[in-house]
Design a binder for this molecule. Structure first.
Ligand code: MN
Length: 340
């Protein structure tokens, strides 16, 4: 797992020790992500499946893409597809992914880079491995997170942020047993590079076997811990977690993550993504690639897309058929439309 790694974690700034009387969050639920396929057929784990949207708020959806070792010719992406009403955050741990969108955003991201696309009022984009990686095959591992936008910001102009791995803020726990990459938000007094509409934080932490991370976490944020690989426990109650599991934590000031003493040899440490944000607490109507407040707004998004009002495919990419992504997700698409 390259992402960003450092030779000597003891040289990094340290997360402060928890304040006296800090409230360490307890685990509410642990769920196991089912496996599926996205786009033209790349394997994913649906990290949030089976979790109430109110516990996830302001997050909506997350796929762990891979980890997969592709044979030559095998790597898959998506075709051109639309989004409206939220932000997509793609974090590549191993391998390379290319993006292009109808608003002029795009680029190539690899090993620890993040691209942050605000779909806002509407955008078309494509996400795929570059041609040389399709030809060669190879290791691919990443995440795609969907962050909701509040009603007042669903119609903002699309935006693209290219966050290079080097811009992640790197920290260590007090005994340097855990290594943190802050991708967005304020964590332990340090600010990650991602600029977000909805206040939130995203951290990729590597916790050594036997080490404990007590991470100060804003009490007004929710707290989710997703296990990319390895084994350990989460929360003051020490709920066991392993690869592909999501822990939702209750209220408090601190997120606790422990690395199990014994890890499988292929995953020498516990790797987790820690997410939190200020809940938006609005009705959510989501279907396929659109996340709105009401069913009517989702129907309008489909109509607008068919009429070409979400953008057009840039000329240099030619005119390829646009297939909505979420073909699979549509089968399990959640609609919690309180005001319909
Ligand atoms: Mn997409």
């Amino acid at each position: 797992m390259p992402a960003v790694t450092v030779e000597d974690t003891t040289a990094l700034p340290r997360v402060p020790l928890p304040a006296p009387r800090t409230v360490r969050r307890r685990t509410r639920t642990v769920t196991t992500a089912p496996s599926g396929f996205e786009g033209e057929g790349f394997p994913v784990r649906r990290a949030f499946a089976g979790v109430d949207l109110r516990a996830l708020d302001p997050f909506i959806h997350m796929d762990q893409m891979g980890e997969v070792e592709y044979a030559p010719g095998e790597p898959k992406g998506t075709s051109w597809h639309p989004h409206r009403g939220f932000e997509t955050v793609t974090y590549i741990i191993d391998g390379t992914f290319e993006h292009a969108d109808s608003h002029g955003g795009g680029g190539t991201i690899s090993n620890g880079d993040t691209q942050w696309m605000t779909a806002g009022g509407g955008v078309l984009h494509i996400e795929r491995p570059p041609e040389q990686l399709v030809a060669s095959g190879g290791l691919f591992h990443g995440l795609q997170l969907w962050v909701n936008l509040p009603r007042a910001q669903k119609w903002v102009e699309p935006r693209y942020q290219d966050l290079r791995a080097e811009s992640s803020v790197l920290l260590a726990s007090p005994d340097a047993g855990a290594f943190l990459r802050v991708i967005a938000g304020d964590v332990a007094g340090q600010r990650g590079p991602g600029s977000t509409y909805t206040p939130m934080a995203m951290v990729h932490a590597t916790v050594s076997p036997g080490a404990t991370l007590d991470l100060p976490w804003r009490p007004d944020f929710n707290a989710l811990v997703y296990v990319l690989s390895g084994a350990g426990s989460v929360g003051i109650d020490g709920a066991p977690v392993r690869t592909g599991q999501l822990a939702v934590l209750g209220p408090g000031d601190t997120v606790t993550v422990r690395g199990a003493l014994h890890q499988e040899s292929r995953t020498p440490a516990l790797d987790v993504v820690i997410l939190g944000g200020r809940p938006i607490r609005e009705p959510i109507a989501m279907y396929g690639p659109f996340v709105m407040n009401s069913r009517q707004e989702v129907m309008d998004a489909f109509t607008d897309h068919q009429a070409g009002r979400l953008g057009s495919i840039p000329a240099q990419y030619g005119r390829r058929e646009s297939v909505p992504h979420g073909d699979l997700r549509g089968e399990t698409g959640q609609t919690t439309d309180a005001d319909a």
